[in-house]
Design a protein around this ligand. Structure first.
Ligand code: XLS
Ligand code: NI
Ligand code: NI
Length: 439
């Protein structure tokens, strides 16, 4: 920790249980408490997003930043970046959060040339590495910012400008090296501007082919340097582009399979992106899970009354219960984790708000985990679902599932019977009421 504290007066956030009146304490997240025989910290693998928490200014399209960050005193960008690393680790340690995630340009500033940017990145990585070794904090995943700089105006891997593609390749190479050096458990591809605003000026096939070529290069380079972390593809349907090629889980998984990347890349699913795509988060998780592509999650939430990616901290227990129920069903999230890709509101500009935000998110997830585990232990929901499909466990259902029936044989069966057995009620309200009994 730095000589001068960035968060004076705030100590280590402790678990104090549901009855505490202390708002700077956990009510539900008890890191070492066992759920289904595993410590909560290993179920949840919480991460802080460097870009929001350390670099978020609070600016919006109508006004500049509002965040009060007393440690932002250095005028030299590299010195400022190094000072921020100290603050980031003070925050992780006080919060008791085990992981963090970054983009290359969140942690280190752009230089005048690629070589200078790489040098800055190495200097900051030295400090990140020292802090990791000292504190035991870990990197959940790294990524490259391939969307902010004007060179990426038309996308990175899908740019019509070949040298933009080449520059992006160089940036990913370096970001992978640093992620590898820091022992990162994964590496994320989020499209950024990989998509289009206007289909008239776009060769979609060529762009998507290029995106696949780009990912293959990354997969090959991982082998070359011995990086064995998990690659993730993060879906988002739009924003900043009108249409993005990583639209949702189903679109991404189709892309990965079509281009032979399915063995190397899983999904990093974000709540607010799911809802922008017209899905519930649980749908996106379930779809990826059933296809064997569940990798990691970006935890946040949108606002039903505001139509964009508001990246708010998740506090809704119903939502976190749905998420944790699905994660437990598919065997947990490791080596992925629960990364708070979330930012404090523009109006919440004091440093202490960063604590309130993360504590609330961690507690909401811990509570969702406990509720989901109780539902699974009880088994009532699962039993009702199984009953709903009971007819499939009869001789006819078993034969169809085994592939030994055909349209012809089924026609024979139904000609004999004349009409199908009547359907049973779906009991949606019963299900919903039952879920509420656990909350
Ligand atoms: C933006 C994305 C981004 C990725 C990482 O909407 O969520 O933050 O998680 O590039
Ligand atoms: Ni994200
Ligand atoms: Ni987002």
């Amino acid at each position: 920790m730095a000589d001068r504290e960035a968060f004076p007066g705030i100590g280590r956030i402790k678990y104090e249980g549901p009855a505490t009146k202390n708002m700077l304490a956990f009510r539900h997240y008890d890191a070492d408490a066992l759920v289904e025989g595993k410590p909560m910290r290993d179920h949840l693998r919480f991460a802080v997003s460097y870009w929001h928490t350390m670099r978020g200014t609070g600016s919006d399209p109508f006004g500049p930043g509002t965040m009060v960050r007393p440690w932002e005193t250095e005028s030299d960008p590299l010195q400022a970046a190094l000072a921020r690393v100290d603050v980031a680790f003070e925050f992780l340690e006080k919060l008791g959060c085990d992981f963090y995630c970054f983009h290359d340009r969140d942690v280190a500033p752009d230089g005048a040339t690629l070589a200078e940017s790489n040098k800055h990145f190495d200097t900051v990585a030295d400090s990140l590495e020292k802090h990791q070794q000292r504190s035991g904090k870990k990197l959940l995943w790294g990524t490259a910012n391939l969307f902010s700089n004007p060179r990426y105006v038309h996308g990175a891997a899908t740019s019509p400008n070949v040298e933009t593609f080449a520059y992006a390749a160089a940036q990913v190479k370096k970001a992978m090296e640093v992620t590898h050096r820091l022992g990162g458990a994964g590496y994320v591809f989020w499209g950024g501007r990989e998509g289009y605003q206007c289909l008239w000026n776009t060769d979609m096939k060529r762009e998507v082919d290029h995106l696949a070529r780009f990912m293959h290069m990354a997969v090959d380079y991982a082998k070359e340097i011995g990086f064995t972390g998990q690659f993730y593809f993060e879906p988002k349907p739009r924003e900043p582009m009108k249409h993005q090629y990583d639209f949702d889980s189903a679109t991404c998984i189709n892309f990965l399979r079509a281009y032979g990347l399915e063995k190397h890349v899983k999904m990093n699913i974000e709540t607010n992106h799911a809802t922008l795509a017209g899905h519930e988060m649980q749908h996106e998780l379930e779809y990826a899970g059933m296809q064997g592509f569940l990798g990691s999650i970006d935890a946040n939430t949108g606002d039903t009354l505001v139509g964009w990616d508001t990246d708010q901290f998740p506090t809704n227990i119903y939502l976190t219960t749905q998420i944790m129920y699905t994660l437990l069903k598919y065997g947990g999230i490791a080596p992925g984790g629960v990364n708070f890709d979330a930012k404090v509101r523009r109006e919440s500009f004091e440093p202490v708000d960063l604590f309130h935000a993360h504590i609330g998110g961690m507690d909401a997830f811990a509570r969702g985990l406990k509720i989901a585990a109780a539902m699974r232990a009880d088994g009532a929901v699962q039993k009702l679902v199984e009953e709903r499909y009971a007819s499939w466990s009869g001789p006819l259902g078993k034969r169809i599932e085994a592939g030994s029936e055909s349209l012809k044989s089924l026609e024979q069966e139904m000609l004999k019977k004349g009409e199908a057995e009547p359907c049973k009620s779906g009991r949606q309200e019963l299900f919903e009421n039952l879920i509420n009994t656990y909350l």
